[in-house]
Write a protein that binds this ligand. Structure first.
Ligand SMILES: *[C@@H]1O[C@H](CO)[C@@H](O)[C@H](O)[C@H]1NC(C)=O
Ligand SMILES: *[C@@H]1O[C@H](CO)[C@@H](O)[C@H](O)[C@H]1NC(C)=O
Length: 494
C-alpha cells in the first residue's frame, strides 16, 4: 500500500520532535526478514522503560529479557506518542494512531464541546475530561466498583445529554475490537477502570477487562510490585483459559487470541528513586523493579511453554511512555499556575505535567498568549512554544476545528516538570526524548535475532498485532487514517 502524502509528512514532522533523529530509511526495507504468524499475541507495556534501560539491564548479565531477544527483533529507536501520557501511549499500540486521530491527548484534559459531570449539559460548553481514579465508585478499594457514571463528563449526542465513558471518547477502533469482530477472545489489564478506553468506540473490544485500582495501594516500589502481581496473575490465568475474580466479562475457557496490559513498577521506581547521578545506573529500588519485571516475563514464557503455546505466541514488549529526566541533575520544577498566569489571557484549562497543554477561552488570543509566554521563557524553563500553523504542521491537529486540540503546547526543557508536588523526581507525558524514546522488541522462537536501528513509532505495534494474527490491519481506522505500517521485519509477512 502507498503511504499517503499526509502520513509521510506527519512522520517527517513528528521525527523533528525528537532530537538527533536519524534520516528515515527506506520504508519497505525489511532486512530480508518475514516476521512470524501467530495464533496468540501478548503485548506488555513496561511503563517507563527506555531503550537505554534495556542496555543497562542487558549489561547486568543473562536474563529472561536477554533470552527473549535471542529470538527477537529489537527496535532501538522507538518513539511513543507526543504527548506521551499513558492514555495516548496505550491507544497508540492498539489503534495505530496519534492523538490528532484518536482525539485522546491525556487522561486529564479538556473538550470545548463537553459539559461537567452530572450537569445535564446545561450552561456554556467546555469541560475538563478527567479519566483517572477519581471516576471510580470508591477508589480506596482495589476493586473499586468500576466507573460511576455520575463522575463522567457529558456531551450532547443526537439531541440527548450523554455520559461519556472513556471508550466513547476514542474516535477510532482498537485492535481488540477488530480481533473480537473476527470471532476471537481478548483480555487486557491496566491501572484504573478508566482503561475501559481500550474497549474502543463500540465498547465491545475486551472479552475480559481487569482493572484493579492502583490508587488504592501505597506508593513505594514494593507496593507497586505487589500491585503488578495482580496483572501477572491475570496473564498467567488467561494463558490457562481461566477467568479471574473481579474481571469484567469472560474469555469463555479459551486463552485469549490477543491479551496484554502493563507493568507499573519501573515507572514508579523512576519517579521515586530513579538513576544514580553521574553513572546513570539503576538505583537499588529501580533495579528491584527491573528484576521483578524480568522474572514475571520469565513466568509468562514458562507458562506459555508448559501449555505448548510459546511457538504460537508473538510477544511484544513496548512501553507506552518513558520518563524524564533520566539524569537526576536535569530535574527541576515550575509552578503550573505561573505558566497559566504568564499567558496574560483567560485560560479555560491547562493540563500540566512535563508539558503544558493550554486551552484558551478565546482562540483569537493565541498569538498574544504565545508571545507573553515567550517573554518568560527562561523563568518558566521553556524549550518550545508550539501554536498556530506550526502546531498543525507538526501533526497535532487543528484547535480551530477540533475541540480536543489545545491552542498552545508548552514543551519545557528536558527534566522540568510543571508541578508543585514534592514527591516526584521524574514524570512522563511530554515531548522530550527521555519521555518518548522507549523500549520496543518482539519475540517468538521462530524469529532470527535482529536489531533495527531506524526510527519507528509505537503506533506500528497495532498493525503488527493484526498482521501476525493474519487479520487485515486496514480494519483499523487509525492505521488507514495515518498510513501506519507494521514494524520492520513484518512488512513482508503474508
Ligand atoms: C527468569 O524468570 C524465572 C521465573 O521468574 C526465574 O526463576 C529466573 O531466575 C529468570 N531467569 C534469569 C536468567 O534471570
Ligand atoms: C497567578 O496569578 C494570581 C492572580 O494574580 C496570583 O495570586 C498568583 O500568586 C499567581 N501565581 C503564580 C504561581 O504566579
Amino acid at each position: 500500500m502507498m503511504r499517503s502524502f499526509n502520513s509521510i509528512l506527519l512522520s517527517l514532522l513528528l521525527a523533528r520532535l525528537s532530537i538527533g533523529s536519524p534520516i528515515l530509511p527506506r520504508d519497505d526495507d525489511d532486512g530480508g526478514e518475514h516476521g512470524c504468524k501467530a495464533k496468540y499475541v501478548a503485548v506488555f507495556s513496561v511503563d517507563g522503560l527506555h531503550d537505554s534501560d534495556l542496555d543497562r539491564w542487558l549489561a547486568l548479565g543473562p536474563s529472561n529479557i536477554s533470552e527473549l531477544l535471542e529470538t527477537g527483533y529489537r527496535y532501538t529507536d522507538a518513539y511513543t506518542t507526543g504527548p506521551s501520557d499513558s492514555f495516548p501511549g496505550s491507544l497508540a499500540q492498539y489503534t495505530g494512531a496519534n492523538p490528532r486521530t484518536t482525539g485522546v491527548w491525556y487522561d486529564d484534559t479538556y473538550d470545548r464541546t463537553y459539559f461537567a459531570p452530572s450537569s445535564g449539559c446545561k450552561g456554556a460548553p467546555g469541560a475538563e475530561v478527567l479519566y483517572d481514579e477519581s471516576i471510580d465508585y470508591n477508589n480506596a478499594l482495589l476493586f473499586s466498583g468500576g466507573i460511576n457514571p455520575a463522575n463522567l463528563p457529558q456531551t450532547i449526542i443526537g439531541g440527548k445529554c450523554t455520559n461519556i465513558y472513556p471508550h466513547m471518547r476514542t474516535r477510532v477502533n482498537t485492535a481488540f475490537e477488530v480481533v473480537v469482530e473476527a470471532g476471537f477472545k481478548t483480555a487486557y489489564t491496566d491501572k484504573h477502570p478508566a482503561y475501559d478506553i481500550m474497549r474502543g468506540p463500540s465498547g465491545k473490544g475486551l472479552s475480559s477487562g481487569y482493572f484493579p485500582e492502583i490508587a488504592a495501594v501505597g506508593g513505594t516500589v514494593e507496593d507497586i510490585i505487589a500491585y503488578d502481581q495482580y496483572h501477572v496473575n491475570a496473564w498467567l490465568d488467561w494463558i490457562d483459559g481461566k477467568d479471574i475474580a473481579n474481571a469484567e466479562g469472560s474469555i469463555d475457557g479459551k486463552a485469549p487470541t490477543l491479551f496484554g496490559g502493563n507493568f507499573q513498577a519501573v515507572s514508579v521506581g523512576q519517579k521515586t528513586s530513579g538513576y544514580v547521578a553521574g553513572s546513570l545506573a539503576f538505583t537499588p529500588e529501580l533495579l528491584k523493579a527491573m528484576k521483578f519485571v524480568d522474572a514475571s516475563l520469565g513466568l509468562i514464557t514458562q507458562k506459555l511453554k508448559s501449555k505448548g503455546m510459546l511457538q504460537d505466541t508473538l510477544i511484544i514488549i513496548a512501553s507506552k511512555h518513558g520518563q524524564a529526566p533520566i539524569d537526576p541533575t536535569k530535574y527541576g520544577k515550575v509552578d503550573p499556575v505561573a505558566v497559566t498566569n504568564a499567558t496574560g489571557v483567560t485560560v479555560d484549562f491547562q493540563t500540566s505535567d512535563d508539558i503544558a497543554l493550554i486551552f484558551l477561552h478565546d482562540h483569537a488570543d493565541t498569538a498574544k498568549a504565545a508571545a507573553n509566554l515567550a517573554a518568560k521563557k527562561s523563568a518558566l524553563k521553556i524549550d518550545d512554544i508550539i501554536y498556530g500553523d506550526r502546531l498543525v504542521d507538526m501533526g497535532f491537529g487543528n484547535p480551530l476545528q477540533d475541540p480536543a486540540v489545545p491552542d498552545i503546547i508548552v514543551k519545557p526543557i528536558e527534566g522540568i516538570i510543571y508541578t508543585t508536588s514534592t514527591k516526584k523526581i521524574a514524570e512522563h507525558g511530554g515531548l522530550s526524548d527521555d519521555d518518548r524514546h522507549v523500549a520496543c522488541f518482539v519475540s517468538n522462537p521462530n524469529l532470527h535475532k535482529k536489531t533495527y536501528n531506524r526510527q519507528i513509532y509505537t503506533t506500528q505495534v497495532a498493525p503488527t498485532i493484526l498482521k501476525a494474527l493474519g487479520i487485515n490491519p486496514e480494519g483499523l481506522q487509525g492505521v488507514k487514517a495515518e498510513g501506519t505500517k507494521a514494524l520492520p521485519g513484518f512488512h513482508d509477512l503474508q
